[in-house]
Design a protein. Structure first.
Lengths: 421, 365
C-alpha cells in the first residue's frame, strides 16, 4: 500500500462514539473522582463493559486479524488492531486519563499475555474479558528498589518440583489498577496480575520472567493504595507476595534460564506494543487541554490567525500554533508505531520515539495551557490544572522520557545496553 | 487506512535520488559553497533524474503525473545531499509546477513542453520580498489593471537564476490577493540586480534581487488566464516543499553527527556512549521523524484535496523551520570545535537550518 493518511472507518467510528462517552459519561464525573481518590466509578465501568460487549469485545488486546468480525473473509485488509486501540485510548484519555485506566479489559496485563504468551495462554487468560462482569488485569514490574532499572527486580519465583508450581515471593509497587485486578469485588469478574520475577537471581536479565497470578491467590495481598499528583481515579497499588503458588503453565514464554538475555528481551517486547499506547493516552490529555484553551480563547474573542508569518503572530498565537504542530506530529508518531506493530514490522525505535515525543508534548502542552489561561487555568473550577497534573505521569510510566531516550539512542547507534548505559 | 510504505516506483526514485544526492551533490557541496558556484554538469545530472518531467503529463511533454508525496520523498533525499544543489536542480519547478497546477490550457501548452524537453534551463519564480515580516498573502509588489492587462511594480528578493532565466513567475498583489504573472526575460521594466544576494548560506545558488518598474503584462500571462488562480494551493505546495528539504538537511546533520560521535573518543570511550550526546541524538532523530510525518501527511492531503491541507502545510513548514534549526545546531554542538570548522559540513547545515523560516518560495512539490 502506498503512503496514506486516511483514518480507517473503524477508527473514525470509534472516535465518534467515544467522543460522546467522553463528553457525557466521563467529563461530568472527572472532578468528583479527582477529589475522591480511591472511589471507583462503578457506573462508568459497567456502562463501558456493556458498551464494549455490545460492540463485539471488550479486551484491549488486539484480535488476531485486527479487523473484528468482518475482517478476514470479505476482503483482505491490512490489520489495524493496535492503531484502533491507540485511537480508543486517545479518545478515552481525552475524556480523562484516570477514567481510561478504569476501562475494564486487560490493560497492560493482557498486553503482556498477548505479547509474550503462547496461543494456549492467550486463549486461557484473555477470554474472561468478554464475560458477564467487567474484569481487570495489571502488570506488576516496579519494586521499591527497581524502577527504570527493572533488571534489578528482587521478586523471586522458584519451582516446587513436587507440585510443579511456582512459588513467588516479593513486593511490587506502583501497580496501575492493581486493586481492581486483584481485590475480589462483587461487581467485577476474576482478574489477574502479571508479576515480573526472577527465576535465577544469578542470571540477571536472563532469569527474568513474567507470571500470571490469578485474583485471590493465597499469599498475595494488596497492601497499599497510593495518593498521587494526578490520575486519582486510577488506583495505584502495592502488592505483596508471600509464598504465593501459581500453576507451572502460568509462566509467560519459556521456563528455561538462558545465558543470553533473549528471555528478558521477549518480555521487553511487551513495551514495543504498549509504549505507543501510553503515548496515545498522553496525546488524548494534551488534546483535551489544547481544545479547552482554544474554546476559552474563542469565548474571549481571541482569534488564532493561522497562515500568517510568525513575525506577525501574537505570543499566544505562536504558542497555540506550535502546540498544534507538536500534538499532530506526536499523534502521527503513535499511528506509525502502531501501524508497524500491526504489520509485524520491528518497531522498538518507533515505539520509544513515540513515547519520548508524547511525554514531551503532553507535559509541555498542559503546562502551557494552564499558563496561558492564567487564574482560569490554575483554578479547580476548570479541568486544565487537573490535566496538567494527570499529564505528568505519561512522561514517567511505561518508561520515563529518559529511559525511552536511552532506547532510542541504542537503536540509532546500534549499541547494546552495555555499550550505552 | 494508514500506510507509511512508499510504492515500488517511489522507492526506485528515492534510491536514484539518494545516489545522486550522496555521490554527486554532497561530494560537490563544500567546493560549491566556498566558490559560490554549482557546476552546470552537476545540475544537469540532477535534472536528468526527471523529478519535474515525471510530474507532467504526456500531453505537455512529460511522462507522468504530479504527486506531492512523491515530490516530498524526492526532495528529502536530494536535500540530504545538499540544499543549494537541490534548489538549483528544482528551480524550473518554481515556474512549471504552478502552471501545471493552476495555469490555463494555453499556458500549459506554451511553457510546459519546452521546459521539460532537453537540458535544464533556468525558468524561475519570484515570491519573497525583502521585508522582515514578509507575508506571501500580503505582497508589497503590486499588480494593477491596465487596459487589457496588468502593470507590475515592486521588488523581489532571493530569486534563483533570475539573471539567466528565460521567464519568471512573479507574484504580486492584485485586488487584495496574491496572484502570479508570467514575465519574459525581455520585459520592459524588469531589472535584475547585477550583484547576487549575499546570504548566510546558499552561496552556491545564484539568487538575485529583481525590480519591477511598471512592467506591463498581457491578460493572458496572469496565471490561470483572466480569471486568475487559487494562490493557497501554490503556497501550500511551496510550504510542504520547504518542510521536506528541511527534513533532508536535518537528516544530513543528524547522520553526520551520529557517525562522528561513534568515532570520536573522549575519556576512554566513544562520545556517543555518553548519555549527554546520545540523548541529543535521540531527540534529533525523534524531532526529525515528527516533522517528517507531518510533512508527509500535508503532502498526502494536498494530493487528496483535503480541506485542511492548506493549514497542515503551514504547520509542517513552521514546525520544520524549528526542527531544522534545533537539529543542525546540535549537530555542530556534537562535533564541538570541529563542528565550527568549515572542513566539516555541519556548520553549513546549521546556516541552512535557520533559512527554512524564510525559504518558502524556493522549492515546490
Amino acid at each position: 500500500m502506498p503512503i496514506e493518511f486516511e483514518s480507517p472507518k473503524p477508527i473514525t467510528q470509534a472516535q465518534f462514539m467515544l467522543k460522546t462517552v467522553a463528553d457525557e459519561m466521563i467529563r461530568p464525573r472527572s472532578r468528583y473522582f479527582d477529589e475522591h481518590e480511591h472511589e471507583i466509578p462503578w457506573d462508568y465501568i459497567e456502562f463501558m463493559h456493556m458498551a464494549m460487549k455490545a460492540s463485539g469485545g471488550s479486551s484491549l488486546a488486539p484480535r488476531e486479524n485486527g479487523n473484528g468480525k468482518d475482517g478476514g473473509e470479505k476482503e483482505k485488509r491490512p490489520p489495524i488492531g493496535y492503531q484502533l486501540i491507540a485511537a480508543q485510548i486517545e479518545s478515552l484519555a481525552y475524556g480523562d486519563l484516570g477514567f481510561y485506566h478504569c476501562l475494564p479489559g486487560g490493560g497492560l496485563g493482557a498486553a503482556a499475555v498477548y505479547a509474550a504468551g503462547t496461543p494456549e495462554q492467550k486463549a486461557k487468560f484473555l477470554a474472561r474479558f468478554n464475560e458477564e462482569k467487567p474484569t481487570f488485569a495489571s502488570m506488576c514490574i516496579t519494586e521499591s528498589g527497581a524502577g527504570s532499572d527493572n533488571s534489578a527486580i528482587r521478586t523471586r519465583a522458584g519451582l516446587d518440583e513436587a507440585t510443579k508450581e511456582w512459588v513467588i515471593n516479593g513486593e511490587k509497587i506502583f501497580v496501575t489498577g492493581g486493586d481492581k485486578s486483584f481485590t475480589e469485588y462483587e461487581k467485577l469478574g476474576k482478574g489477574f496480575i502479571v508479576i515480573w520475577a526472577t527465576i535465577d537471581p544469578t542470571a540477571g536479565r536472563g532469569g527474568m520472567r513474567a507470571f500470571v497470578v490469578e485474583s485471590g491467590t493465597p499469599g498475595v495481598q494488596v497492601t497499599k493504595l497510593e495518593h498521587k499528583l494526578g490520575i486519582r481515579c486510577s488506583d495505584t497499588a502495592s502488592i505483596s507476595l508471600v509464598d504465593a503458588r501459581v500453576p507451572f503453565d502460568n509462566i509467560l514464554g519459556s521456563a528455561t534460564v538462558e545465558k543470553s538475555t533473549s528471555g528478558f528481551k521477549g518480555a521487553m517486547a511487551t513495551f514495543d506494543a504498549t509504549r505507543p499506547l501510553v503515548a496515545a493516552s498522553g496525546v488524548g490529555v494534551a488534546r483535551a487541554a489544547l481544545e479547552f484553551l482554544k474554546e476559552k480563547l474563542a469565548e474571549n474573542g481571541v482569534q488564532i490567525r493561522y497562515g500568517l508569518p510568525r513575525q506577525k503572530l501574537t505570543s499566544i498565537e505562536r504558542d497555540v500554533i506550535d502546540m498544534d504542530i507538536q500534538l499532530k506530529s506526536a499523534w502521527l508518531m503513535v499511528i506509525k508505531a502502531t501501524w508497524m506493530a500491526d504489520n509485524k514490522k520491528p518497531n522498538a525505535l518507533e515505539a520509544s520515539m513515540s513515547k519520548v515525543k508524547s511525554g514531551d508534548v503532553t507535559t509541555k502542552i498542559t503546562q502551557k495551557v494552564v499558563e496561558i489561561l492564567g487564574p482560569l487555568g490554575y483554578s479547580r473550577e476548570f479541568l486544565a490544572e487537573k490535566w496538567m497534573r494527570d499529564a505528568k505521569i505519561t512522561d514517567i510510566y511505561e518508561g520515563t522520557g529518559q529511559i525511552n531516550r536511552l532506547v532510542v539512542a541504542r537503536q540509532i547507534l546500534g549499541y547494546s545496553g552495555s555499550e550505552l548505559r | 487506512m494508514y500506510s507509511f510504505d512508499p510504492t515500488e516506483e517511489q522507492q526506485m526514485l528515492i534510491d536514484a535520488v539518494k545516489k545522486y544526492a550522496v555521490n554527486d551533490l554532497r561530494a560537490a557541496a563544500h567546493e560549491a559553497e566556498e566558490n559560490n558556484e554549482l557546476p552546470k554538469k552537476l545540475i544537469n545530472k540532477g535534472w536528468e533524474l526527471g523529478l519535474l518531467q515525471a510530474s507532467i503529463p504526456e500531453a505537455y511533454g512529460g511522462f507522468g503525473e504530479r504527486n506531492a508525496v512523491t515530490g516530498v520523498l524526492a526532495l528529502e533525499e536530494m536535500a540530504f545531499g545538499d540544499l543549494a544543489g537541490t534548489l538549483a536542480v528544482t528551480t524550473p519547478s518554481l515556474f512549471a509546477t504552478p502552471i501545471l497546477l493552476a495555469g490555463s490550457e494555453e499556458q500549459k501548452q506554451t511553457y510546459l513542453p519546452k521546459i521539460v524537453e532537453g537540458e535544464w534551463r533556468p525558468y524561475t519564480a519570484a515570491l519573497i520580498e525583502y521585508t522582515f515580516d514578509f507575508d506571501p498573502n500580503e505582497l508589497k509588489t503590486s499588480a494593477t489593471h491596465h487596459g487589457d492587462g496588468y502593470v507590475l511594480n515592486g521588488e523581489k528578493a532571493f530569486v534563483p537564476f533570475a539573471k539567466d532565466a528565460e521567464s519568471l513567475l512573479v507574484y504580486a498583489k492584485l485586488d487584495g490577493q496574491s496572484q502570479a504573472f508570467i514575465v519574459g526575460k525581455d520585459a520592459v521594466g524588469l531589472i535584475v540586480n547585477e550583484e547576487r544576494e549575499q546570504l548566510m548560506s546558499l552561496n552556491a545558488l545564484p539568487l538575485y534581487r529583481v525590480k519591477l518598474d511598471n512592467v506591463k503584462v498581457p491578460a493572458s500571462n496572469r496565471l490561470g488566464g483572466e480569471s486568475g488562480h487559487d494562490f493557497d494551493l501554490i503556497l501550500a505546495s511551496m510550504r510542504v516543499a520547504n518542510a521536506s528539504v528541511a527534513v533532508g538537511v536535518a537528516n544530513a546533520a543528524f547522520e553526520y553527527s551520529k557517525n562522528y560521535a561513534k568515532e570520536r573518543e573522549a575519556f576512554g570511550m566513544k562520545i556517543a556512549q555518553k548519555q549527554a550526546i546520545a540523548f541529543m541524538l535521540a531527540e534529533m532523530r525523534t524531532e526529525i521523524e515528527a516533522i517528517r510525518l507531518l510533512t508527509w501527511e500535508a503532502a498526502w492531503k494536498l494530493d487528496n484535496g483535503r480541506d485542511d491541507a492548506i493549514n497542515e502545510a503551514y504547520l509542517a513548514s513552521i514546525g520544520a523551520a524549528d526542527m531544522a534549526m534545533m537539529v543542525t545546531d546540535r549537530a555542530v554542538q556534537i562535533l564541538g570545535g570541529h563542528g565550527y570548522i568549515r572542513e566539516h559540513p555541519v556548520e553549513m547545515w546549521m546556516r541552512n537550518g535557520r533559512g527554512f523560516a524564510m525559504f518558502t518560495g524556493l522549492a515546490i512539490v
